[in-house]
Design a protein around this ligand. Sequence first.
Ligand code: ARG
Length: 443
Amino acid sequence: MKIWQKNTGSSKEIEQFTIGKDTEFDILLAPYDVLGSLAHLKMLAKINLISNEELEALSKELKVIYQEIKDGKFQIQEGVEDVHSQIEFLLTERLGEMGKKIHSGRSRNDQVLVDLKLYYRDKIKEIVEASQQLFSLLMQLAEKHKGDLMPGYTHTQLAMPSSFGLWFSSFAESLSEDMDMLYATFQIVNKNPLGSAAGYGSSFPLDRAYTTELLGFEDMHHNVINAQNSRGKTEKTIAFALSGLGGTLNKLAADICLFMNQHFAFISFPDEFTTGSSIMPHKKNPDVFELVRAKSNQLNSVPNTVILNGTNLTTGYHRDLQLLKEAIFPGIQNTLDCLNISYYMLREINVKQNLLEDEKYQHLFSVEEVNRLVKSGISFRDAYKQVGIAIEEGDFKASTHLEHTHEGSLGNLCLDEITAKMEAKLKRFDFSKIESSKEGLLG
Ligand code: ARG
């Protein structure tokens, strides 16, 4: 029985096709559906559409359901269309007539929207925290290894001296920039759609400012049509933020796979952090970072999927929007998994010392030699030519240049500036209302 069912039900085939995989994702929305419902009920009581006794009884039962969800005892029963219907069914089953009152002034369209916004808000907080954790570790590694030189590459060819300090902190600063996109996303997510109902509001005098406050949203979508149309737009901004983070993690993972290769052997991990082969007994493979590389590439497909999913949709709700969950929910999980496993792995990274003392890296210092000649008064172009000819004739020796590399960008990694920048970016995210609104509604 559907909540919208009158005399005729729909066929099994229609039911299976329209629900598809949706209930798998809807389960994750269950706690948020309860929170949204608690706020909606309080508002209904405030505008006298339900009595205080009804508010009390319905809220009490919703809190029981919230606990059942937290204890893993909640499920969407066979034949029930979605999480929203399941919770309404439970209320009606347990409280009778009263349960049927909760949906006044509400549609599943604004109900799913508010659930999603609350869910995304929590997930953005988790992503920010995981990014912060990885950032701090990268900065510690950069500090620890700021004097450990390594080759720098362009075109994957030896280029100039670099250092592990510079390399680690490049990903830290990149993460801090990913926070900009995430913050823009957070602002779009953190707006209340509840009260937009099916997308055209209600003739009841719904107090939307009140539910905005109760749910700890920073603002609301004032225009009810725009509130509906925010579905898809919200997911698009999340997708771009995830793909930004994916770009940072992908480059880190790709570098690590290369640097673990025996011809490079710049870094290593304890054996238990690598994987073996079923036939080759010597293997210690970088499977973790290969998977981070692939999963972070998958994140780049999320914006595409989300955009195509919503292309040419006219104003108002469309069932197409349901499928956004299939792209964005796994994308969020992938991002968190990649951030967390990268942190877990990097805590154990070993870095090879004195790498650049090896003869094979001497050409990395060609620019150092040019710079030395420039300092003695020769023009850059003439010095360049002189060093180039010495290299061609096999006369170039780099050993004397090691100490000079620590002037300039290798010596000044700007770690304090990078940390300060990250701190300022993190401060903009105000997550304080997330917990206080949950406590207010559940307490
Ligand atoms: N599962 C649906 C979705 O995610 C819930 C909203 C259904 N609304 C409707 N009018 N059919 O979009």
